[in-house]
Every structure is written in C-alpha cells, then in structure tokens.
Design a protein around this ligand. Structure first.
Ligand code: BQF
Length: 293
C-alpha cells in the first residue's frame, strides 16, 4: 500500500507557481489577483476560503475577500459578480458555494465571465472540458488528474468507477478520464444513489473515485485487491476530542480499505489540498491570458 500525499504534492506545486510568479514580477508583469465572494458564516466555507486566501500568499498572488451577510439578495449578489467581471485588477474570482437557499446558484454561476471563472463552473467551461478544449477545469477533478500523473498511476485501459454524479466532481472527473491520453484512456463507470448492485460494480474497478459525501461508505468488501482508491469526501463529523469540535471524514473506510490498495489517498491531506492548488493553477492561467503571456 502506498499513500498518495496530496499535501506534499500541493506544496510542491505551489512552490512551482511561486517561482513562475517571481519570474513574472521580475519582468515587470503584475502578479495574479484572485478574488473570493463569501456569503454568510458557514464553518466549512469559512475554512475553505481561508485556505484559498492563504494559498494565494504562498503562491505570490494578490487576493481580495469580499464578505456579505446571508440576507444579501440575489440581485445584490449578481451586481457584485458583475463588478468583479468588469474590474480590470481582478484576473479570476470564485463565489464560495453553497449559497443561502434564497439565491439561485446556477444563475450566479452563469453570471461569472467565463474568462474569470477560475472554479470552472460556468457552462462554457464545463462544455470545453467535456469536449477536451482548453479552459478552466473544475478544481477537484483537475487535482485528482494531477495526483494520478505525478504518482505515475496508469489509467489507460483501466476500469475507473466513479461514485457520485455531481457537476463539480463526479461528472467532470469521468469526462477527463475517458478522454484520450494518460491520465485518460480509461473505461469509466459512473455510479450514484440509484445504482443497483453497487459493490458488484466497484469490485471490478482498478481505480475507485469516491465522491458521494457519505463518511466511510466504501468498505473493504467493495474493493478488489490491488485497486487504487481516491477519496474525495470531506464531511465534518462532530468529535469532542478535537479542539475544533470536529474531524474531517472521507467517503472511504480507510482503516479497512487501505491494506487492500496499491495506492490510496488519505483524508485529510489527499485530494483536498490538490483542489486548492488547482484553483491557484487556474488563477495563474487566467492572469497569463489577460497579460498575453
Ligand atoms: C485536507 C468543499 C464540499 C463543499 C464545498 C484541504 C480543503 C479540504 C480538505 C478545502 C471543499 C473541499 C472546498 C483539505 C475546498 C476541499 O487537508 O484534506 C483543503 O479547502 N477544500 C470548497 O471550497 O468547497 C467545498 C467540499
């Protein structure tokens, strides 16, 4: 069993980005600038946005955090999005999800200029990804692909079983892995809450990508010997022994699954840090495009 260290890989990549930004600024080119909109005070969202702001500093980016209370109206939020679209100082921005229930997330996503959509959630970028054109790729799938690449995990001709069909992880990671190339050239099965005989399908997988958001869902009986398991789950589970009052729980029963695996990602320290790092790569790309370099 080999552990896939997403924390270390993301640190390496952030250093590579910082070196490139240092070269840019030495040439007199303005550093990348990421903005984030955070609505309300959800604990998870607060942590995720703080991770993103901290990573910007590590990469040598500028960052701006715009905070609004959860009673902001949809029209007010859309106006803020349009301001960022038009602000020439901002290379890319994100609107931290989830949003309060009275706001139509899809409408917000579709208001972001696709050229500043570093989350890769706009239908234009989703479409580009699905047909293999350049564009901003959703950060978690891009992070998973980068881990497979850096650990030389061959996906060609392999059976990948994705559990979960979200627009942000399941669907785009399935798209990327079925494309030509390596990582790519995989035979991909996408399973979800209506799949029958799920363990029968996952037992046929060379690579399992668990992205359903149910702690400990993937158990040892669902995994064949020598499989690679990528755990995308990051559920906060109450834990009185921690000073934060919770711990992060993956979708995989790590303790019992890990001994059967060739490779496995831990939670925390697996896919999560790579998600942040892909957002940084998208922001660097946005800045370079806007500066014509
Ligand atoms: C780690 C996210 C669900 C819904 C909205 C590092 C993150 C998480 C874990 C992180 C996530 C999950 C993010 C670890 C961003 C990943 O050390 O294991 C980083 O910050 N994430 C998000 O922005 O929105 C979400 C999960």
């Amino acid at each position: 069993m080999q552990l896939i260290d997403g924390k270390k890989t993301s640190t390496d990549i952030k250093q590579e980005i910082a070196a490139e930004v240092a070269e840019m600024t030495a040439k007199g080119i303005r550093r990348p600038h990421l903005a984030a909109i955070l609505v309300g005070h959800d604990g998870g969202s607060e942590t995720y946005v703080a991770n993103k702001v901290k990573s910007c500093a590590e990469c040598g980016f500028e960052s701006t955090l715009l905070r609004f209370e959860d009673d902001i109206t949809e029209e007010q939020l859309l106006a803020e999005v349009r301001k960022l679209n038009e602000n020439p100082e901002i290379d890319g921005f994100i609107v931290q999800l989830p949003l309060p229930k009275h706001i139509d997330e899809q409408r917000v996503i579709e208001t972001v200029d696709p050229d500043k959509d570093v989350d890769g959630f706009h239908p234009v970028n989703v479409g580009r990804l699905s047909i293999g054109l350049p564009g901003f790729k959703s950060a978690t799938p891009a992070g998973i692909i980068e881990l497979l690449r850096r650990y030389n995990i061959d996906t060609r001709g392999k059976h990948v079983v994705v559990i979960g069909r979200s627009n942000i992880v399941g669907k785009p990671v399935a798209s990327l892995l079925m494309q030509k190339g390596n990582p790519g050239d995989a035979t991909v099965t996408v399973c979800h809450s209506r799949t029958t005989n799920l363990p029968e399908i996952t037992r046929q997988a060379d690579i399992i990508i668990a992205a359903l958001g149910k702690p400990g869902f993937v158990t040892a009986d669902m995994v064949k010997d020598g499989a690679t398991v990528i755990d995308v789950g990051t559920t906060r589970v109450p834990d009185a022994t921690r000073k934060s009052g919770f711990r992060l729980c993956g979708d995989v029963d790590f303790e019992n699954v890990a001994p059967k695996c060739e490779f496995i990602t831990p939670v925390p320290g697996g896919v999560g840090p790579m998600t942040i790092c892909s957002l940084m790569l998208n922001t660097l790309q946005a800045a370079k495009q806007r500066r014509g370099c």
